[in-house]
Design a protein around this ligand. Structure first.
Ligand code: GLN
Ligand code: ZN
Length: 742
């Protein structure tokens, strides 16, 4: 083995997987047709990888939904509530729920934007290997095509660490010994089928691990290593550096190869050196970035390879992680500027890079490949940023007083998070415009009508701070990316987010600047329709980075500052147009938190600085809001205070408002809008229940600082429930205000 990759996108170059699964769910095709779509996708990937010249090819990287869910099914970790179903019905019920049976939980796969289905395990869980275990079936399927593959498995340790206990207090890790026996049986059967290698993924090793967990790691791979009949094992780690303790534990086992991510975890080299290397093992060197879209730096890859050669028996050129996280084919893009395109590589191009680097090393090419051109630099932005270092707003009590006089809002002011329902008519207008069926003017007119309707509705319902409803936005990041210089969009750059939901992240490739105002016309138009304040809506710098592919030639902090500067200018223009309240959404603030605690402070420093840079140009009288879509603040609670927004709205409906007390206890003294109802469900909350939530919140905060709002934007909801819920919300706020007055 000289070259390989850790995994490949499963969705197909034209989203074939999405269309097939959705057709199946809608009853348009049967199970056999869906299976056939899967078979076709798998064989085309294997053939493509073989033809590209990779020495070994992964299999079992395909999935109809998610590889963690596949693992649960493979070892029969199926909760009782799905057992009356079988086959694909059971599988999709676990992923998506069916009438009366809710789905398993879904959450982010480490620090990526891919979501996995969380296993639910308890004291009664008994693992049993499926007779037709998927890795075995796929191995044989490829074998029948004449292609030898290396089945990829989610590692047992990672699987258990990602699982959720079905009963409180249960430790999923207690199931490890049973799970390892199921894996042992699988390895024996793979060997029986002829598999030469198996890849076992343990990305959990890139996060902080306890001594007990490291000991468990040693135990698992000692046991699997000692199996009399098994394929050779590649233990793959990715998403960061693995500690020396974990490497030492692995060095003591019979595992033949260890995969290290040298892109997200350059520290892996030192860690490996610190334990004296692995002189009898192969190191699979993840030198081609599997998470981002930039071309590999061949010279850097070769020098990493050279260092590793001194620390291992053999070194294999590979991707840093599975290519699942990048779009499939750069060649399918027709509208990228050449200067941007020549810096990019998608999955197909990355496979070619791995092969080329491997070949250059084998043939001992002294020179590096074609150097990657650098990004366009904008001197103006850089000079302005330097002058603005450590931007912050004035005294918060003075701001509070100034805004009270300027805005004259009641106690328990009511508002929403920004978007109103995206109706079929809105979606149709957008599609018609894209297809050229309606003119730009006709589209704008339709959106303006929608804004006028939404403003009138909010006035009639009696909300205090209004929004324009965001009908013109397809996506909260893409909308801004399309208007900023330094960003590019793709046509077919789809990446799986979860199940059949794929996203097309924009590419932040160069210095970011704002050629013209982005939201001012919409906000000013809405403000012209009402006396009440209309809230301007912007997406914050961290979120703009989190949901994009971001240039890797400078620190994220510098890139975030450039985005922040564009937002700062936008806020100034909004103020000049008469907007008195601006919300800067940061739903991704927590998501970018590094996997290791040691890296948290540095991240939060730049994240907070970027937010403050974007908002600190605002006048004291301008009220800055921010919004986050989660309630587990724990590690970022101090950072939320440091953002210093005048009002922070958060998800709280499901945590019963405790959060207000938590924020106050952490010293947060500004306004708080704990979401008083859950918008993720069509259920309409009663006024009484909202009132109860508000009274509970008032135990921890004064009425002038308590805001009343739903817990997120309303764009995925329909109008009937939205209207009813907002009416109850306003009624509840009024009742509580009256109670306070009396
Ligand atoms: N303003 C956005 C909206 O209402 C916020 C979305 C979000 O928090 N993800 O849709
Ligand atoms: Zn939200």
């Amino acid at each position: 083995m000289r070259t390989t990759i850790l995994g490949y996108p499963r969705i197909g170059p034209n989203r074939e997987l999405k269309f097939a699964t959705e057709d199946y769910w809608a009853g348009r095709i049967d199970a056999a047709a869906l299976e056939k779509a899967g078979t076709d996708l798998r064989s085309s990937v294997w053939t493509e990888l073989r033809d590209a010249g990779l020495d070994t090819i992964p299999s079992n990287t395909f999935s109809f939904y998610d590889q963690v869910l596949d693992t649960s099914v493979m070892i029969d970790a199926v909760p009782e509530r799905y057992r009356h179903l079988d086959g694909l019905d059971r599988y999709f019920a676990m992923a998506r729920g069916v009438q009366d049976v809710p789905a398993l939980e879904m959450t982010k796969w480490f620090d990526t934007n891919y979501h996995y289905i969380v296993p639910e395990l308890g004291p009664d869980t008994r693992f049993r290997l499926d007779r037709n275990a998927k890795p075995l079936a796929e191995y044989r399927e490829a074998q029948a095509l004449g292609i030898e593959t290396r089945p990829v498995l989610v590692g047992p340790l990672t699987y258990l660490l990602l699982a959720k206990p079905s009963t409180p207090g249960f430790r999923t890790l207690d199931l490890l010994d049973g799970l390892v026996e199921a894996y042992a049986e699988l390895l024996e059967r793979l060997a029986g089928a002829g598999a030469e290698w198996v890849q076992i993924d343990e990305p959990a090793l890139a996060a902080d691990r306890t001594g007990e967990e490291i000991a468990a790691l040693g135990r698992v791979y000692t046991r699997l290593g000692e199996l009399p009949s098994r394929p050779r094992i590649l233990l793959a780690t990715y998403f960061g550096a693995v500690g020396a303790d974990a490497l030492r534990a692995l060095a003591g086992t019979r595992v033949e190869a260890v995969g290290l991510d040298l892109v997200a975890g350059p520290g892996n080299v030192d860690a490996l050196a610190s334990i004296g290397g692995m002189p009898r093992k192969t190191v699979v060197a993840g030198v081609v970035d599997g998470r981002n879209v930039w071309r590999a730096d061949e010279a850097a890859a070769k020098s990493a390879y050279a260092v590793l050669l001194g620390l291992a028996d053999q070194v294999v050129v590979s991707t840093s992680c599975s290519l699942l996280h990048v779009p499939i084919d750069l060649d399918a893009e027709t509208s990228l500027e050449p200067a941007v395109r020549e810096r990019l590589a998608f999955a197909r191009q990355k496979v070619a890079e791995v092969v080329a680097i491997g070949r250059a090393l084998r043939e001992r090419h002294p020179a590096a490949g074609v150097p990657v051109p650098s990004a366009v630099v904008d001197g103006g932005v850089r000079a302005r940023l330097e002058a603005l270092a450590d931007a912050r707003r004035g005294d918060r009590a003075a701001r509070f007083a100034a805004q009270r006089d300027a805005l004259k809002l009641p106690d328990l002011a009511t508002t929403t998070i920004g978007s109103f329902p995206q109706t079929p008519e809105i979606r149709k207008a957008r599609a018609d415009r894209r297809a050229g069926r309606i003119t730009e003017d006709a589209y704008t007119a339709a959106m303006r009508d929608e804004v006028a309707r939404v403003v009138a509705l909010q006035e009639e319902i009696g909300l205090d701070v209004l929004v324009h409803g965001e009908p013109e936005r397809n996506d909260m990041v893409q909308y801004f990316a399309e208007q900023l210089d330094g960003y590019a969009a793709t046509e077919l750059g789809w990446v799986q987010s979860y199940g059949s939901r794929y996203v097309r992240p924009p590419i932040l490739h160069g210095d970011v600047t704002r050629p013209r105002p982005m939201t001012v016309e919409w906000a000013a138009y809405a403000q012209g329709l009402t006396e009440r304040p209309v809230k301007g809506m912007l997406t914050g710098p961290v979120t703009m980075l989190a949901w994009s592919f971001v240039r890797d030639d400078q620190p994220l902090a510098d890139t975030a500052a450039q985005v922040a500067l564009a937002l700062r200018d936008e806020i100034a223009d909004l103020e000049a147009a008469g907007i008195r309240v601006v919300q800067v959404d940061e739903p991704a603030l927590r998501e970018l938190l590094p996997l290791r605690e040691a890296d948290h402070a540095a991240y939060l420093d730049w994240a907070v600085a970027a937010f403050r840079l974007s908002t600190s140009g605002a006048a004291d009288t301008t009220q800055i809001h921010t919004h986050m879509c989660y309630s587990e603040f724990g590690e970022i609670i101090d950072a939320i205070g440091a953002l210093d927004a005048d009002v922070t709205s958060v998800e709280a409906a499901r945590s019963n408002m405790e959060l207000v007390g938590d924020l106050r206890a952490a010293g947060y003294g500004n306004g708080i809008g704990p979401g008083v109802y859950d918008i993720h469900s069509p259920r309409v909350p009663s006024a009484e229940e909202i009132e109860k939530n508000l009274r509970r919140a008032l135990e921890a905060i004064e009425p002038a600082k308590l805001w009343v709002n739903p817990d997120c934007g309303l764009k995925t909801r329909a109008y009937p429930e939205t209207e009813a819920s907002l009416r109850h919300l306003v009624t509840a706020a009024r009742r509580v205000r009256e109670g306070l007055a009396g």
